[in-house]
Write a protein that binds this ligand. Sequence first.
Ligand SMILES: [Zn+2]
Length: 108
Amino acid sequence: MTPLFPTPNHYLYNLITMTSPEAKKLWRRAIKEHFHCQCVYCGETYDPKELTLDHVHPKTFGGKDITSNLVPACVKCNQDKGSNNWLSWMRATFGITQREKLILHHIN
Ligand SMILES: [Zn+2]
């Protein structure tokens, strides 16, 4: 049964299509909160308003606008990553970190 007041996880995992701007805002916010407002790439904590949502698999390569392809990223990481392969870029920039697992868990 769907709870009356859905948790962020409800938005994260159960919502497929969003139309209203307000719902989309909540959805984007829920993704940031799910990751404790940390940039998944550098691991720094930010104010949610300062965080962007990065398409792990870039839109230019067919990456979808869905929760499992979206992660919070700071502006710098988002821009630096660009349309590079996330794992190659992340390892070249930060070496091998535990955060890889966090992302892999989210996208799979
Ligand atoms: Zn970052």
